[in-house]
Design a protein around this ligand. Structure first.
Ligand SMILES: [Zn+2]
Length: 150
């Protein structure tokens, strides 16, 4: 079926817009020449205006701030943590970490950020805890002091 005389959307090089055109001639069923219904220009049919790819360079992509460098996991600590964790009973007693509490060596604590930790050393008001990502010194036994006078 011939398209000659039919309306077709094409990019008009004069109007710089995709507009209705009339097919002037075709070759082997492919539209070759069109006439812009808006400005009357006759030109080759280039098809609808191609979608321009909007590639945004990665460095200019909005959002996505670089994440803070994560503390590298020390393999030795992680391995030891895994061993200790695997050796735990099925339903171990885990204490939620609280600054005001006192813990003892061998206690198992849960820290909201660092996860499960094994208390390894303690002093009067601090302890060393083996977390999966490494050892940390944590404060403990710090009683809330509403009136901080000495
Ligand atoms: Zn035109």
């Amino acid at each position: 079926m011939s398209l000659v005389g039919k309306n077709i959307n094409a990019f008009c090089s004069r109007c710089k817009l995709e507009l209705a055109h009339i097919v002037l001639y075709e070759v082997a069923g492919a539209v070759q020449g069109v006439k812009c219904k808006t400005c009357g220009a006759e030109h080759r049919y280039r098809g609808p205006k191609p979608e321009r790819k909007r590639e945004i360079p990665a460095e200019r992509r909005p959002g996505k701030k670089p994440a803070l460098a994560a503390r590298p996991i020390r393999p030795a600590d992680a391995r030891q943590w895994e061993l200790r964790n695997a050796a735990l009973p099925a339903d171990p007693v885990v204490w939620d970490y609280r600054l005001s509490e006192g813990y003892e060596k061998g206690d198992l604590i849960h820290h909201p950020e660092f996860g499960r930790g094994f208390v390894e050393k303690t002093t009067a008001d601090s302890m060393e805890v083996l977390f999966r990502e490494g050892r940390r010194h944590m404060a403990m036994n710090r009683k809330p002091a509403p009136d901080a006078d000495v």
